[in-house]
Design a protein around this ligand. Structure first.
Ligand SMILES: [Zn+2]
Length: 69
């Protein structure tokens, strides 16, 4: 998963984060990637935290979508 914008020629930094679905608690494999420049900003930290707070796995996301209909 990529957070923020990455330029074509920019180096990507990978963050190994424990990502859990906020609904069912299931752990999602894989880390987060961000552009090298963006990863150093405060904006990134905020966005990263928000991402972890709101993250839903694919199954829960589908459920949510179905409930809305
Ligand atoms: Zn879930």
């Amino acid at each position: 998963m990529i957070i923020g914008k990455i330029s074509d020629n920019e180096k990507k930094i990978k963050f190994d984060a424990d990502i859990h679905c906020t609904n069912c608690g299931k752990q999602v494999p894989g880390g987060i990637k961000a552009g090298e420049q963006y990863s150093k900003t405060n904006e990134f930290k905020i966005e990263f935290e928000e991402f972890l707070k709101k993250y839903l796995c694919g199954i829960c996301r589908d459920k949510k979508r179905l409930e809305k209909n």
